[in-house]
Write a protein that binds this ligand. Sequence first.
Ligand SMILES: Cc1cc2nc3c(=O)[nH]c(=O)nc-3n(C[C@H](O)[C@H](O)[C@H](O)COP(=O)(O)O)c2cc1C
Length: 167
Amino acid sequence: MPPIDPADFARTMAHVPTPVTIVTTVDRAGQRWGFTASSFSSLSLDPPLVLVCPAKTASCHDAFVTGDRFLVNVLAAEHADIASSFARSGHDKFTGSPMEPCEFGLPGLPDATARIACTLHDVLDGGDHSILVGRVESVSAGGAEPLVYYNRLFTRPGASPALASTS
Ligand SMILES: Cc1cc2nc3c(=O)[nH]c(=O)nc-3n(C[C@H](O)[C@H](O)[C@H](O)COP(=O)(O)O)c2cc1C
């Protein structure tokens, strides 16, 4: 098979709907870090593990891989603006944002659809990204309608009512 064209790969992955999260941490000097991430996933129930993948080129990368905790904020449909802000490098993302100290005192969104607070369990190599494996220490689900990223756009979940139940 010929090597995959990166543009084809990116175009294809744009068809995969994802959740939108903002993952935050605070480093030893007290500096807050955060980035918009759609690479968030549940990993294991026992022990309770999740994963999220910061790019090795992100300015926040080292703070996450050397830190001991992070907080995943699963964004609600009303959070598209803050998702865009935390996806932009090189500006102060926190001043003027609705982030408040939440679990572990880490910056969080009080009206997030869900928050998952983690201690850093492992860091794995994922090509040009690192895979942060977090051990889930605390969860909170507010239940607001989630924000979804699909076709390079922020949107809302589509089918309502549900098409089928999984149980
Ligand atoms: C919807 C969406 C999802 C994203 N998901 C990821 C992700 O999972 N991992 C990642 O490294 N960057 C992701 N990004 C890009 C980062 O949010 C962006 O590059 C960020 O500014 C990097 O952090 P920095 O400001 O510390 O460099 C995503 C951007 C958007 C708009």
